[in-house]
Design a binder for this molecule. Structure first.
Ligand code: GAL
Length: 637
């Protein structure tokens, strides 16, 4: 199977929504796509109401014509199943298939993603439209890939969800006794004596049970995955081997475990919308790319969506000045993406996203944005040779979706824990030092790395703890930061010193959590400072690397420790360090690479990718890259 079928080299294109435009525009679209070097477009993502205007009545004529035109133009199609947005007739006929919020409010159509994945009517309708599309288009020569659904992420707290949750729980725990035990049911009289008593997390008077919340996220991830699999299997049965994917979206609210999902798709696809206008945008793009590649774990992956210029956002838009679209695309391509795709091809005239940028802006082709699109499209065929060169990394950061979920609402925590920021901080400090990293699941394969960093890995299962022990004993260097291993897989606290029970591995015990007032720094001797969160640590064999210079309870107590264990060593950082302090620690650990702040350098076999985000010329080895430009250098073998 090639990826996507029939597309040589890197993919370039985006979401194409011809159903929003008169047919007279379509020829112009294909001509402009050719001018821009577009070779793949995602079609039909939100087109259910056009494909099935009334239940069981289909209109495929327009889609036939679109696919034929694209094929004649030499453009591949990433054909979507439209199930992320059921049509109005469906929701009126099946109000029980709309999603229910935690407060019991039934959401109505009028936006998108309004479906309850647990509702039988929705499942049937999804399978039906997917099967119709499969039957009609599986053999179409334009078909390059199947794009199931869009950005799975809707949670429903409905009666359907509850029923399915109980079944899932019975499979997981077998007995109510085991569930009550795992959920610490004696607290607040929450012991269940019948499975029917268990509810989805709903609006409650006060705090809810963190173990139930975490299980509900896992359950929702599994249920959504089941919906994906159902469609995937229908598409696969229908015809020749065509890769099948779905685009993953990123957010604490998204109940999707990407490690498990990546195993089920043929290609990992990711939508990257970094949130800030400053260099955070480049940092987040690089983080997204490294996460996607790591989830894919050797499979192909693709940046499926990004914005060509300003992202429409009620929270403020990010403009992308000259060259920035290309640099963001190159961040992903250099880190292994099989191309650069966008939302969307042509800016819409109406609808909720009418102000979202696109490859073809509202003002048309005679614009800076389109000129840059054409220029970048012309450069991509020259990179075809690099496509299969693997990204190599010697350092990995743990990525724990469960820790992100469990720290999301901080009401039950000792203090606010910003899991994502702590992961992003390690990533950005290492990126600024030029180090390319992978991410790895806490229970994943660690053996190929010399250093594994566990930032605030709050949930540490027994299996993950054993994994870290095995890694360190075998010669690995483990670096964990505060609150790692605070709770187990049931959100129950690891007694006797926290640390996932690995007190012998770290040679310490954590005795107390000490949240610090915002805005106050706690100096560490010769090591920068900590902020917001410190822990009181007792040495049990480890060496103290540095101590807190100030702070009630912690003054002169260990802040950073190291303990030899087996063939390796375990470092512990008992606080939230500021960036400069992490940088100093990584300097001591000799984690260095060829890049620098503002200049990405990624080596892949013979190829060196250099992206200069700064406004001055950058020199990397013998290569000079002008301000705001990028280069790919072929190094002597
Ligand atoms: C994505 C979504 C697209 C579009 C885009 C806007 O999350 O898949 O359909 O809404 O955001 O940025």
């Amino acid at each position: 199977m090639d990826w996507p079928k029939g597309v040589d080299g890197l993919c370039y294109g985006g979401d194409y929504n011809p159903e929003q435009w008169p047919e007279t525009v379509w020829d112009d679209d294909v001509a402009l796509m050719r001018e821009a070097g577009v070779n793949l477009v995602s079609v039909g993502i939100f087109s259910w109401a056009r494909l099935e205007p009334r239940e069981g009545e289909y209109d495929f004529g327009w889609l036939d014509r679109v696919l034929d035109k694209l094929h004649e133009g030499g453009i591949g199609v990433n054909l979507a199943t439209p199930t992320a947005s059921p049509p109005p007739w469906f929701t009126l006929a099946h109000p029980d298939a709309l999603n229910t919020r935690p407060d019991g409010v039934l959401q109505v159509h009028g936006s998108r993603d309004t479906y309850d994945v647990h509702a039988p009517a929705y499942r049937e309708a999804s399978a039906r439209i997917a099967a119709e599309l499969a039957e009609r288009y599986a053999e179409h020569p334009a078909l390059a890939m199947w794009h199931v659904h869009n950005e799975y992420g809707s949670t429903s707290h409905s009666a359907h969800a509850e029923r399915a949750f109980r079944v899932w729980l019975q499979q997981k725990y077998a007995t109510l006794e085991a569930l009550n035990e795992a959920w610490w049911g004696s607290f607040w009289s929450q012991r269940y004596s019948d499975w029917e008593q268990i509810l989805a997390p709903r609006a409650t008077q006060y705090l809810t049970n963190p173990a139930l919340e975490l299980d509900f996220k896992r359950f929702t991830s599994d249920a959504l995955l089941d919906h994906f699999r159902e469609q995937r299997d229908l598409l696969r049965q229908a015809g020749p081997e065509i890769p099948i994917t779905t685009n993953l979206v990123f957010g604490q609210w998204v109940p999707v475990d990407p490690w498990r999902w990546a195993e089920e798709v043929d290609l990992v696809a990711f939508d990257s919308y970094p949130g800030d206008a400053d260099e955070t945008a480049e940092r987040e793009s690089a983080l997204h790319a490294d996460l996607s590649r790591s989830w894919a774990d050797g499979k192909p992956w693709l940046l499926m969506e990004q914005a060509a210029a300003a992202v429409h956002s009620p929270h403020g838009a990010i403009a992308k000045g000259p060259g920035r679209m290309a640099r963001h695309s190159m961040i992903h391509i250099s880190r292994g993406s099989k191309g650069a795709m966008f939302f969307q091809w042509r800016s819409g005239r109406g609808g909720a996203e009418q102000w979202h940028s696109a490859l073809v802006p509202h003002a048309g082709k005679d614009t800076r944005v389109f000129r840059e699109v054409v220029e970048f499209g012309a450069a991509l065929p020259g990179l075809a040779e690099t496509v299969d060169a693997p990204v190599e990394a010697d350092v990995a950061i743990l990525w724990s979706p469960e820790s992100w979920w469990a720290t999301g609402g901080h009401a039950s925590l000792p203090a606010k824990i910003d899991y994502f920021e702590n992961v992003a901080q390690i990533h950005r400090v290492l990126r600024d030092r030029g180090v390319t990293v992978d991410f790895v699941s806490p229970e994943g394969e660690l053996g190929e790395y010399s250093t594994v960093i566990a930032p605030t890995t709050y949930v540490l299962s027994r299996a993950a703890a054993e994994n870290l022990r095995w890694f360190t004993a075998g010669g690995g260097r483990l670096v964990a930061s505060y609150m790692t291993g605070a709770v187990d897989e049931h959100c129950q606290i690891w007694l006797g010193g926290f640390l996932g029970g690995l007190t012998d591995l770290f040679g310490i015990r954590v005795l107390e959590h000490l949240p610090q007032p915002a805005g106050e720094l706690r100096a560490l001797w010769n090591f920068g400072a900590a902020e917001r969160f410190c822990e009181l640590v007792e040495l049990r064999g480890a060496q103290c690397v540095t101590q807190y210079a100030t702070g009630e309870v912690i003054e002169n107590q260990p802040a950073v420790t190291v303990n030899p264990f087996g063939e390796g060593e375990a470092w512990y950082v008992s606080c939230k360090l500021v960036d400069e302090a992490w940088d100093r620690l990584f300097e001591a650990l000799e984690l260095n690479g060829p890049g620098q702040r503002g200049v990405d350098v990624v080596d892949r076999g013979q190829w060196r990718f250099i992206i200069n985000h700064t406004d001055t010329e950058a020199r990397v080895g013998h290569v000079i890259v002008p301000a705001g430009a990028w280069a790919v250098d072929k190094r002597p073998e």
